[in-house]
Design a protein around this ligand. Structure first.
Ligand SMILES: [Zn+2]
Ligand SMILES: [Zn+2]
Length: 337
């Protein structure tokens, strides 16, 4: 197999030939057809997440076909197309797993972070954490649903929790891969979208409007009406006081990222009146089983820019620089170099 390997924090990924791997008990081997590039991959690259062990193969928005099955795998067969998400394994016995909050498991493994991921021609996955995808939809279009979509969906569900008001005004801070997917799901659920981008990013603002946003502007702008909830996708702590300021009494601000710069101090009045500030961590398999069929049913369209596997460093650099709309996806079949 071939892979783009991270050998240490801050280093470029290295094109590497590795021996083919065999799936163990409970595992499948997946021939990777497409793997999305997520902002979390930048945090992995930069060594911003705890407990990293090197070398590691990043990538956790994997679409592929099963080409090897270990013992004791039920419900999947050779040739099935599956999605392999960020949540790669849970212990099943800690208090969080038992309480059906496996996203908070005490002993989890995360694809492309604490177990090898999909920036490769092949990946070994825990079969219980792979989602059957069927054959509808292209591999590239489905890949961003596996993290940007799932985390966006979990954030949207959390934004909607305990919303007593009839109006549903939702702010999205940072209009990239996750927001462009969640905007479509949110519109389907009856939310009006208010998109916030970096000041002057008229391209992203126009992109948001094409996806049905009611308004788009800079993060510092006051939206035309106060928001019922907001989701912050950009890893920028200074957005938190801005979002709290934009939500009404009792409104909720959801932080969707795994990593964020420090939050500046702010006046208590921004949190007062039962405004809520929460974070979303990881995903559960239930999220996937709810969201992936819904995404296919309502026809969520993902805007993607494809790169060869060997060009993963370029894809990551372009993501960092905000060079494309939507999501970047690596395609190993065009990996020849
Ligand atoms: Zn991700
Ligand atoms: Zn657990």
């Amino acid at each position: 197999m071939k892979a783009m390997v991270l050998n240490g924090p801050g280093q470029p990924l290295e094109w590497t030939d590795l021996p083919d791997r065999q799936p163990g008990a409970g595992e499948i081997r997946v021939h990777v057809l497409a793997c999305g590039v997520c902002r979390t991959d930048l945090h992995v690259l930069d060594g911003e997440l705890p407990d990293m062990v090197y070398p590691i193969i990043p990538g956790h928005e994997i679409v592929g076909r099963i080409d090897g099955i270990g013992a004791d795998v039920a419900g999947l067969k050779l040739g099935d197309r599956v999605g392999v998400p960020w949540l790669g394994h849970t212990c099943g016995i800690c208090p969080y797993c038992v309480a059906r909050r496996e996203n908070l498991c005490d002993r989890p493994l995360f694809t492309g972070y604490t177990r090898d991921g999909g920036f490769a021609t092949s990946v070994i996955a825990d079969a219980r954490f792979a989602f059957p995808l069927g054959d509808e939809g292209s591999d590239v279009a489905l890949a961003p649903l596996l993290c940007a979509g799932l985390i966006g969906w979990r954030s949207l569900c959390m934004a909607g929790e305990g919303q007593p008001m009839a109006s549903k005004a939702l702010g999205l801070y940072g209009f990239g891969a996750a927001a462009h997917i969640v905007a479509q799901a949110a519109r389907h659920e009856g939310w009006d979208i208010y998109a916030f981008t970096q000041a002057g990013d008229t391209k992203a603002q126009a992109f948001a409007m094409t996806l049905g946003a009611r308004w788009a502007g800079a993060s510092e702008d006051t939206p035309p009406q106060s928001l019922d909830a907001a989701i912050i996708f950009a890893p920028v702590g200074s957005l938190i006081p801005l979002a709290l300021k934009a939500v009404r009494k009792g409104g909720r601000v959801v932080c969707a990222g795994i990593h964020m710069s420090d939050i500046p101090s702010f006046a208590y009045s921004l949190l007062w009146e039962e405004r809520q500030l929460v974070s979303v961590a990881n995903l559960t398999r239930e999220d996937g089983l709810a969201f992936l069929p819904l995404a296919q049913k309502i026809g969520i369209v993902t805007k993607t820019t494809t790169y060869a596997l060997g060009d993963a460093n370029q894809a990551l650099a372009d993501l960092r620089a905000g060079k494309f709309e939507g999501a970047a996806v690596l395609v190993p079949s065009s990996a020849v170099r």
